[in-house]
Design a protein around this ligand. Sequence first.
Ligand SMILES: *[C@@H]1O[C@H](CO)[C@@H](O)[C@H](O)[C@H]1NC(C)=O
Ligand SMILES: *[C@@H]1O[C@H](CO)[C@@H](O)[C@H](O)[C@H]1NC(C)=O
Ligand SMILES: *[C@@H]1O[C@H](CO)[C@@H](O)[C@H](O)[C@H]1NC(C)=O
Ligand SMILES: *[C@@H]1O[C@H](CO)[C@@H](O)[C@H](O)[C@H]1NC(C)=O
Ligand SMILES: *[C@@H]1O[C@H](CO)[C@@H](O)[C@H](O)[C@H]1NC(C)=O
Length: 733
Amino acid sequence: MARITGLLGALALSVGLVDALNTLYLPVCQQIEAKLSPSADVIYPLQALSYADATRHWFLSSSESPSCVVEVATPKDVSEVLKIVGATRTPFAVQSGGHASNPGFSSTIGVHISLGKFDQVTLSADQKTVEVGFGLVWKDVYDVLVPLGLSVVGGRVIGPGVGGFTVGGGFSWKTNQYGLTVDTVVKYNVVLPNGTITSASDTQNQDLFFALKGGMNRFGIVTSAVLKTVPQTDVWGGLRIYPSTSVPALLTAIRQFNEQNTDPKAQIITTVDAGQLGTTTMTLFFYDGPSKPAIFDLFDGVVALSSSTGRSSFTDYLLKFPSYIVTNLRGRFASISTSAFTDGYLAAIKNQSDALGLLPKTLNSGTMLSWQIEPFTDYGTHATDSAYPHSDSPLPLNLYFAWASPYDDEYWVGAMKQALAQLKQVAIDEGIYRETYTSYPNYALGDSTAEEVYGANTARLRAIRKKIDPARVMDLAGGQPFLCPFFKKKMLYLPSKTPHSLPHDPFKACVIPRPIGWISTTSPSGQHNLAPFSQFTNLTFDPPYVMLAANQSASTGARKDTVVNIESTRKFVWNLATYDLRHAVNASAQQLPYGTDEFVVAGLKKQFSTLLQGDEENPVPMVEQSPVKFECEYHSTLRLPGNGRLGSVDVVIGRVVGVHIADWAIDRESGKLDVKKTRPIARCGYFDYAVLGETFEMVIPGLDEGLLAGLEGSPGKVERWEKNLGKKERAKL
Ligand SMILES: *[C@@H]1O[C@H](CO)[C@@H](O)[C@H](O)[C@H]1NC(C)=O
Ligand SMILES: *[C@@H]1O[C@H](CO)[C@@H](O)[C@H](O)[C@H]1NC(C)=O
Ligand SMILES: *[C@@H]1O[C@H](CO)[C@@H](O)[C@H](O)[C@H]1NC(C)=O
Ligand SMILES: *[C@@H]1O[C@H](CO)[C@@H](O)[C@H](O)[C@H]1NC(C)=O
Ligand SMILES: *[C@@H]1O[C@H](CO)[C@@H](O)[C@H](O)[C@H]1NC(C)=O
């Protein structure tokens, strides 16, 4: 373990590494390091080799540079990390195999938790179940089980990690026979967002058990799972690569296979690849038995460039095709599911591949564009109660694009979305699209909405999340943003032109806190009025002015009583709204019939203005209990046009001619208004208010006394300073 704070600083400066090394969350890393078990490790950026190793992902676009990698070794370690990142609101990531295709899903600039040390493969005594650590890749599991004649419903290639796969769904070579990986989980061992170490199964934390079956990293950190074992004999299969001339015949064979196959042990995946010389394909054949099944005869007439099909052990079978070809490339998955693969749908896929293949790819650095066709049988009959809905056997099509340059991310993700939209239309036309089909979590684009991934299960998942993670600790780890369906990255909207798409208009929540204009007025006939306005502020200070904004009545378009009173009597009073008076502020905000005296309704005592025009006959009432009051002389109204009646606003400006301050509001030592005593309240967004209590002083450096006096709002001081300066200047001469 490296303890390197001092060294890091010195070295970073001396070799100019400052920009390259991320030290943002170093203190959090050190806090974590102090709590870990002896077998855990913390790796810092300076340990270049092991750091690069520990943060590597399958796609380059999924890698980030964290402040540290924490290699946890026990559930207790995971618990300590979660408590610390939760309390310090530090972004973190959980990496199992690092196969997630979405940036930020298993990477972070904060604390990178590596599950690599959870590498157990522990068979139960009766060999019916096996506990697998979430730091493993599937090959590690098969290497232990296959020699014993056993296997699990796990990954189809050697690369993907056990962890992400087993909380994201899990399409397997055995899916036709047993369902998805999640359907074979007996128990998840999990650390909850608040650090509690527990497990989830059919008999314990059932809601959590449901949520983890497809809910990915939103409900805690799973450290291992107990899976059902299944028998494993030798298998028959391998890879066949087809030239573009064979593609039409191959697609026909795939359609026939999809229609005719009833043997759940027979499966295929076909990858359709775009290329400048035309579309080519690769098909992986798999039979969960030692000899070729009759159904694969469908493919015998299709001319292949090469073939590796034949009998082998399951582990040797997996080595027949590469799964690390995208290292050093950027990329994404994106998917759509249908109930079948029809000729029309397959033709549309080929059509897309042909069209994209002809693009001069070097322009957008696209190096591999492929469509993976996965025709399962009725595997949904094995479905258990899972976050990812799959009981009606959705057949996924996975778009798998890879490219070289980060500048092309937006272009290719856009191209994938466009391709999906086109395919959806074709699927609808072909009658193979269903509203209940969602995007498979492990293939879904990162900005998919909750509904797009979890469909009808979304509400239940939200409720579980609310219960299990009220502090939203898991939001600090990137992942499917299904918690807020409205969330958009890089939000930009044009008010009254484009929708913000949020449940509440965010505008009023942006400029906060706003002082409350608690304004009292009198009508020409002496009727008193008091109302709070959420837009109020001072304007300049010599002499001081204030302004308030009042919208026009939504129903009639008439102006507010306050504005009518101010314009006709040419005066008003501002009262400081305080926490102690909040109920009265609330009561005075009610829409009351004209002529109702809000002072009476709110139980407030009156005191009267004496400095304003006409005060002898008809003075303005002031809130006696309020510690600060301004007597104001009306100056002018600025009428801002709106889009409708609701939008039209009267900005009323008044000159402050009298300032009343209660004795108790002034601190006897400093002579300042004491906000700890007055506790002013302010308007925030939505229905929220803030109360002022804590303040801190910040004197902007380098300003001369004159400017500081201006900032303080003290005309006398500004004048004195200017006079003195004049004297000094003269003295110099
Ligand atoms: C084939 O692709 C072209 C160009 O992308 C598109 O305009 C056309 O509608 C597609 N046809 C089918 C059958 O998908
Ligand atoms: C942690 O969360 C679980 C699930 O909501 C809850 O049952 C448990 O009481 C919490 N533990 C602590 C220490 O807050
Ligand atoms: C405008 O006034 C109506 C009541 O007439 C009120 O409901 C609404 O919130 C006000 N809007 C603004 C922008 O102040
Ligand atoms: C404000 O008034 C409403 C309606 O009378 C009441 O439900 C609410 O509790 C009041 N809030 C405060 C802080 O006085
Ligand atoms: C309100 O008063 C402060 C203090 O004098 C001053 O800095 C600020 O500029 C004033 N606001 C406006 C809008 O004039």
